[in-house]
Write a protein that binds this ligand. Structure first.
Ligand code: GDP
Ligand code: MG
Length: 595
């Protein structure tokens, strides 16, 4: 145990976490050259495509130090996007130290600051690592000053390195074994471990990543899950190198995986404690705090036969994503589906993409919404996450919307742009702090304005330099309106939206225009209307088709006819039939997106 070091990596997205992790693995021979495909840690296809790390992953490597002693290093690669900061807290609880990786060109960003404070709160030793020193405009000395000012830690022992060239990487490893303490815990006590992550593998069943806090876990022993008191037989255990390697035991201080025949996928919740079956201790290790979703949307299958597969897929996905919430929802227009809660838009997009790719389910998503607090005239309080359930105006005394406390870190020269963006989003400034060339803006901004595309706009208004951190702050009275959409005089519940009074008229017109473009012509006229408080505020008609599509190939070229029919069929695949009208799935989600 003296020779074990558990640490995680904190960094803003793109500052080089994954590349540095890869260097460590390479230096310690965890994989052969051939296996060392670029960025081994980002193994999910989606992660590779989007270039971000979604799931935290652990890797065990053996490092021979300069003094020729062998150390076991367990490190956890953590995601850097604002939507995934809950993964960071999980990783931290298994570690004694953290590498704070900062791009020496970009400098410190808001997310880094907040994650670093989390690590400090948990008493982790932080080693600042300035990466990308190979770049000509790298300025590690200046960035070090920012770290001292913004994060409030000493940079006396910081390391300058380049994950690209490999320069300085060995120094990072040496410093880890010198400065980060070995895990504590007692190998002679009963076995106890914290579940850091659990996921469902189609071949292996439930696999959990655990950190052994006391004792030894042996293959073929019996253990129990503390929260449910259910016992299990330990089938297989091992570590990631990052390949899955079998071991016959995991000792106090080690991080590894376990398969113990947990069939029910809610049987191994993240943050729970595993203990030896005869352990008398009633004490569970401190777990993780439950995270509340910031946004909700209805997810429905296009093909209603897929409902069971859909429910199963959500169950599996939520096993290793404690921030994914779902409950059954039924919609007049879309049928049976689920109301799902997410941390943000990126989180939602990723879940949707995983459902479509990994489970082959074609999904329709409704427009995401925040949770409104409605005080009714009889003083009942309603938390509303489904716009179509908005009470009628005469039952409402007051509507409150969630406000986010935002910290925006940006270089001085973008201040003008960002101030106007924040005021356009109904933001209220609460504080400003200057750190040399950097400015930290504190704002209260309605959550509904943040979730849509604030982050993207912030990035584009600052050439990518501004960064954002936000948390729920409070509910505040607000003048929100319900916008209903009617198609051929029938209300489509899944298209209802809650919008601020100042925006609702403009949005109604934009939405009707967009729908007119997206919905194809039918054999009859389609009237679309936007309604606020029983008044029609926008309206348009999609005129009926004049000709049959086959009429174009009059004369009867068979292959062409077939092609046309096929094209029509393909087009139909992504549509939902509501009554006798085919509505493309984009209509449900893209109407509020600024294109
Ligand atoms: P992550 O998002 O923090 O995991 O960052 P990545 O490791 O994916 O790196 C982001 C980008 O920076 C990639 O294109 C890397 O190739 C590049 N990169 C990482 N480290 C270095 C470095 O030391 N020097 C240079 N020039 N580029 C680097
Ligand atoms: Mg990465």
């Amino acid at each position: 145990m003296k020779r074990i070091r558990n640490f995680c990596i904190i960094a803003h997205i793109d500052h080089g976490k994954s590349t540095i992790s890869d260097r460590f693995i390479q230096l310690c021979g965890g994989l052969s050259e051939r296996e060392m495909s670029s960025q081994v840690l980002d193994s999910m296809d989606l992660e590779k495509e989007r270039g971000i790390t979604i799931k935290a992953q652990s890797v065990t490597i053996n490092y021979i130090s300069n003094k020729n002693k062998e150390y076991q290093l367990n490190f956890i690669d953590t995601p850097g996007h604002v939507d995934f900061s809950y993964e960071v807290s999980r990783s931290l609880s298994a570690c004694e130290g953290a590498l704070l990786i900062v791009d020496s060109v970009q400098g410190v960003e808001a997310q880094t600051v907040s994650n670093c404070h989390k690590a400090l709160d948990m008493n982790l030793t932080i080693i600042p690592v300035l990466n990308k020193i190979d770049l000509p405009n790298s300025n590690p000395k200046k960035v070090e000053k920012d770290i001292e000012k913004l994060v409030g830690i000493s940079v006396k022992n910081s390391i300058h390195c380049s994950a690209k060239t490999g320069k300085g990487i060995k120094n990072v490893l040496e410093q880890i074994i010198r400065d980060i303490s070995a895990p504590n815990g007692n190998i002679n006590n009963d076995f106890q471990a914290l579940i850091i992550d659990s996921w469902f593998d189609n071949y292996l069943g439930v696999v959990s990543l655990i950190c052994v806090k006391n004792g030894i876990l042996k293959e073929k022993s019996k253990i129990k899950v503390m929260s449910t008191n259910k016992t299990y037989y330990v089938e297989k255990i091992g570590i990631f190198t990052p390949k899955r390697v079998y071991k016959n035991s995991l000792k106090c201080g080690e991080i590894g995986w376990i398969i113990c025949g947990i069939r029910n996928i809610i049987g191994a919740p993240v943050g729970d404690t595993l203990a030896s079956v005869n352990s008398v201790s009633e004490y569970a290790l401190p777990g993780f705090k439950k995270i509340k979703p910031n946004i909700y949307a209805g997810l429905f299958t296009i093909n209603t036969n897929q409902f069971d597969i859909f429910r199963n897929a959500l169950e599996k996905l939520s096993l290793n994503d404690s921030s994914l919430f779902y409950e059954p929802e039924s919609s007049m227009s879309l049928g049976f589906g689920f109301r799902c809660g997410f941390l943000g838009i990126l989180h939602m997009e990723i879940i949707q993409a995983r459902l479509e790719r990994e489970y082959n389910i074609e999904i329709i998503s409704t427009q995401p919404t925040v949770v409104y607090k409605i005080i009714k005239t009889n003083n009942d309080i309603l938390f509303l996450d489904t716009p179509s359930q908005f009470p009628t105006a005469n039952l409402i005394k007051e509507i409150q919307e969630p406000i986010a406390k935002c910290k925006i870190l940006l270089p001085k020269k973008y201040l003008g742009n960002i101030l106007s963006l924040c005021s356009e989003k109904r933001g209220v400034q609460t504080d400003v702090t200057y750190y040399g060339n950097q400015i930290m803006l504190h704002y209260s901004i309605p959550m509904s304005e943040i979730i849509l595309n604030f982050f993207d706009q912030l990035k584009s208004q600052s050439s990518g330099y501004a960064s954002l951190e936000y948390n729920f702050e409070s509910y505040k009275t607000s003048n929100m309106k319900l916008l209903d959409i009617l198609i051929n005089y029938k209300k489509i519940d899944s298209l209802s939206l809650i919008i601020h009074k100042t925006q609702v008229m403009i949005q109604a017109r934009i939405i009707i225009e967009k729908m007119k473009k997206l919905i194809p012509r039918h054999q009859f006229d389609i009237v679309i209307q936007a309604i606020i408080e029983k008044k029609i505020v926008a309206k348009s008609t999609i005129k009926q088709l004049r000709k049959n599509v086959l009429a174009k190939c009059y004369g009867g070229d068979v292959t062409r006819k077939k092609k046309l029919l096929k094209k029509q069929k393909l087009g139909k695949k992504k549509m939902k039939k509501i009554g006798n009208i085919n509505i493309p799935k984009e209509v449900f989600l893209s109407i509020l997106k600024k294109s």
